[in-house]
Design a protein around this ligand. Structure first.
Ligand code: SAM
Length: 389
């Protein structure tokens, strides 16, 4: 199946034009439970609903590459809400319990509430509703929080890389003020989209001096702040290992001012390591809340990664660092496919099951085994704004 001529300048996208590599599917589906080649279940589906963003964060969509001439996907290439829901239904039948909407900036996709309503109606094989969440830069959240909640969204994660306006504006590179993101977070809290998580990507020499200020600001507010190691995703951000601040350093810095105790993971395969703020007796104080660190560079968590990613145009990626996806849109749009048609939906489910069972991706683990000067080099990975964060 050939894709439409909508390619952009990133070399890896040309590889996707090559023939699709979907393994044989006959008889491979086990309803409700599928495991990959390393025994990892499929639990979490991240869906990118747009490859566009109104920010130009240097570590994600640098202005020099994502400029006015950049060829974003045409609307016809995007999965429709009905197509996304059909695909999601099959994932849920195979074990997915949580769906995260992302992008690009997901709140730029028109009528996103309609998609959320459709996804919220899905049920696991056990009859349970899904955990539906969304990652956003927060710029449109103040306007949209109530409608998102009413549509069935449960939680949001907001990205915010500092409290100092000059630092934040430099990082988002579109002069967007901190105050407006904070208003978005407040609106999300008021709408009941909690517990809210705030993601801060830490880049040495750029915003690492904001770590303590961020922790002080969010401690005791019910918002869970998470520090993310700057990752070598995509091929355009000029990643260098010496700009990564290891999570261990972040925790040591926090501990120099605020006592912390390690907390258990909430769920298997959770990306963040959790730390609780402690009281004067060294005990976790729920009123002060918690912080987290996401250490995909220094402490790979591939071993229990249960996440699949559906790109804006319906490519299934098995790893954030993958260079190639599997074309589910082609299957959904194949001739004779009727929305909800049982045969086609069954074939779609079988294809997803077979792809997952053939999965052996563990990029971060392999990266950790490389010498420092080889890490992040030479890769032709797909961009995070396309695959979804
Ligand atoms: N636009 C939305 C947002 O800003 O949250 C969703 C998409 S964004 C790609 C998802 C998350 O990925 C954000 O928290 C962002 O900070 C993070 N991210 C992007 N590039 C990254 C990188 N190179 N290293 C670590 N995190 C990154």
């Amino acid at each position: 199946m050939k894709k439409q001529a909508s390619y952009r300048t990133i070399p890896v996208l040309h590889q996707r034009e090559e023939s699709l590599n979907i393994p044989a599917t006959e008889g491979t589906r086990t309803p409700g439970m599928v495991r990959d080649g390393m025994g990892r279940p499929l639990r979490d589906l991240r869906i990118s609903v747009t490859d566009r963003c109104n920010f130009r964060c240097s570590y994600c969509m640098p202005k020099e590459v994502f400029d006015k001439d950049y060829a974003y996907l045409p609307h016809s290439a995007l999965l429709s809400f009905e197509e996304i829901t059909r695909i999601a239904r099959q994932f849920v039948g195979l074990g997915v319990q949580k769906i995260r909407l992302t992008g690009g900036e997901p709140l730029l996709r028109k009528n996103l509430e309609v998609l959320i309503t459709q996804l919220a109606a899905l049920r696991t094989p056990e009859g349970l509703p899904l955990d539906i969440t969304l990652t956003t830069n927060g710029s449109l959240l103040a306007r949209k929080a109530q409608a998102l909640k009413a549509a069935g969204l449960q939680r949001v994660t907001v990205s915010l890389d500092g409290l100092d306006d000059a630092v934040f504006k430099k990082m988002n590179d579109v002069d967007f003020p901190v105050a407006d993101v904070l208003k978005g977070i407040q609106a999300a809290q008021d709408a009941g989209l909690g517990p809210i998580k705030v993601n801060m990507v830490v880049k040495r020499g750029t915003n690492d001096h904001e770590i303590l200020a961020m922790a002080r600001h969010f401690r005791g507010t019910g918002v869970v702040l998470r520090f993310i190691e700057y990752m070598d995703v995509g091929a355009t951000n000029g990643w260098r290992m010496d700009e990564v601040v290891p999570s261990a350093d972040v925790i040591a810095l926090l501990r120099s001012e605020m006592p912390l105790v390690a907390l258990e993971a909430c769920a298997p395969g959770e990306t963040a390591q959790r730390w609780g703020y402690a009281d004067a007796h060294g005990q976790y104080d729920p009123a002060l809340g918690e912080v987290g660190v996401i250490s995909s560079v220094t402490q790979a968590f591939c071993a229990d990664c249960n996440r699949a990613r559906l790109s804006t145009e319906g490519q299934l990626y098995l790893c954030l660092f993958a260079s190639q996806g599997y074309d589910l849109r082609g299957l959904v749009r194949s001739e004779g496919t009727q929305p909800g048609g049982q045969d086609n939906d069954k074939a779609l489910g079988e294809a997803i099951s077979a792809i997952w069972q053939g999965r052996a991706d563990r990029y971060s683990l392999l990266r950790a085994g490389l010498p420092p000067d080889a890490q992040g080099a030479g890769a032709r990975r797909v961009e995070m704004s396309y695959i979804g964060g």
